[in-house]
Design a protein around this ligand. Structure first.
Ligand SMILES: Nc1ncnc2c1ncn2[C@@H]1O[C@H](COP(=O)(O)OP(=O)(O)OP(=O)(O)O)[C@@H](O)[C@H]1O
Ligand SMILES: [Mg+2]
Length: 149
């Protein structure tokens, strides 16, 4: 496993597509970094620029939530294969306050921070798979996948 540090000092230069990239998230700069690594990984895995942009957008929303609600956490990115299918998996995890009402949080339109409350519902729509587990006081883990078209 390789760790990418921040947007201005990336620790990763080259790695095979089957390796994971872990981006620690604790600041707005880290959000940019995670987004860029996601885009790079998606392009390396053969995604179109449009698909790579969608994946980058999803990563950015999950990373933004980590900074906003949990202060810190991490995003783990990897290219994955399932039979003939190829895609990108993103794991966003933190040990923050957790989400008290998960169905309401992913339904969209509800925010505990005065936002639009459209981040998670948007990510869910953009991706092919979306799994969330969250426990108040323990943290949140979200796993998303997008298969190459
Ligand atoms: N990592 C997290 N830890 C704790 N709570 C979270 C986390 N991510 C999301 N939430 C909760 O889920 C709600 C919905 O998140 P979502 O990203 O959809 O909307 P938002 O962040 O409120 O607004 P925005 O549209 O700007 O993203 C948040 O208001 C917050 O209460
Ligand atoms: Mg959000």
């Amino acid at each position: 496993m390789i760790t990418a540090r921040s947007a201005d000092a990336p620790a990763v230069s080259l790695r095979p597509v089957d390796q994971e990239i872990t981006v620690p998230i604790a600041s707005n700069l880290d959000i940019v970094s995670a987004r860029q690594w996601g885009r790079t990984l998606a392009l390396q895995g053969g995604c179109s620029p449009t698909e790579a942009a969608l994946i980058a957008m999803a990563i950015s929303e999950l990373a933004r939530n980590i900074v906003l609600y949990a202060n810190r956490g991490e995003i783990v990115l990897s290219n994955v294969a399932d039979g003939a299918r190829r895609g990108v998996t993103v794991v966003a995890r933190d040990e923050g306050p957790g989400i008290a009402d998960v169905p309401r949080a992913i339904a969209g339109g509800h925010s505990t921070s005065g936002g639009l409350g459209l981040g998670l519902s948007g990510v869910r729509r953009l991706m092919d798979e979306f799994e969330i587990s969250s426990e108040p006081g323990k943290g949140t883990t979200i796993i998303i996948k997008r298969w190459r078209r």
